[in-house]
Design a protein. Structure first.
Length: 283
């Protein structure tokens, strides 16, 4: 099965080269790697072009303006020439059987999306005591079990979609997904929802593994506060919550607030901030 592998990046040459190099040893002419470099300057773009000059499997594309993750992925989709489009984050390292195990799930025609597992790769620092499994999805770490299963959505750092479904159902919504310092999200949740609505299955396989780098800056409380706030904001944008839902949303916020006072831990505080983001999206 042929696949286009899309990597969106923003001025992180070391990370994206680590990612590309982890894939190159396991692909041939049936595959292509498309790197979308979206930083405003050209230094990283030229650095990547020089690094992979003469390698026909790697295409480096520069977008002149910061365009956000969803638009960057959509640009990659437009350039993709293979039947399956694979997405991997630029700070991920692919394990040897990653691509094979991801693509093997598409033998059934009713399967539209396949997501893999992401394990943490902490970059030489101590993990805070308050970090637990309820918080790690905010770091792009898998929260599903170790069994293959049908799911509602997959992790955005490691998944694949049939190319034709983007033509039939549309591409990623560009009002969702990270844009610069705005930690908007849910672009993969929304596309999975659309694909499921068209009658296809979304599958999680624990065999398609990537290692997701976790840098110290993402282990600060402030990062999680922002991440959950923008998660709530993204949920409101995704479902077009209107003012008529404000009462119910405030009611849910108050329930979450009560839960926090009864269980004052990091996760319950982040949950409160998520509801605040949802309310802000309505207002």
């Amino acid at each position: 099965m042929k696949a286009s592998i899309i990597i969106s990046t923003y001025d992180r040459p070391k990370d994206v080269m680590d990612c590309v190099n982890s894939i190159l040893d396991f692909i041939d002419h049936n595959f292509e790697i498309i790197v979308i470099e979206a930083s405003p300057g050209t230094h990283t773009f030229h650095q990547l072009k020089k690094q992979y000059e003469g390698n026909s499997l790697v295409k480096i594309i520069h977008s002149k303006n910061p365009i956000g993750l969803s638009r960057s992925r959509n640009l990659g989709i437009l350039l993709a020439k293979r039947e399956i489009v694979v997405f991997i984050d630029d700070d991920c390292i692919a394990c040897p059987d990653w691509l094979q195990n991801l693509l093997s799930e598409f033998q059934e025609s009713k399967i539209g999306v396949v997501g893999g597992r992401a394990v943490s790769l902490f970059m030489g620092h101590n993990v805070p005591k308050w970090l637990n499994n309820r918080l790690t999805p905010a770091l792009g770490i898998s929260h599903y079990s170790n069994e293959r299963q049908v799911v509602s959505y997959v992790l955005g750092c490691n998944f694949a979609v049939r190319r034709n479904l983007f033509d039939e159902l549309g591409m990623f919504r560009e009002d969702l997904g990270r844009r610069g310092k705005l930690l908007l999200s849910n672009e993969e949740v929304e596309i999975c929802k659309r694909i499921k609505g068209a009658g296809y299955l979304v599958i999680y396989t624990p065999k398609a593994i990537v290692k997701h780098k976790i840098y110290p800056s993402r282990l600060k409380m402030l990062y999680f506060f922002k991440r959950f706030f923008y998660g709530g904001l993204s949920e409101g944008i995704m479902y077009y919550f209107g003012i008529k839902n404000l009462f119910l949303t405030v009611k849910e916020f108050l329930k979450t607030l009560v839960f926090f006072f009864r269980n004052p831990d990091m996760f319950s505080l982040c949950s409160v901030l998520e509801k605040v983001g949802l309310i802000v999206s309505i207002l």
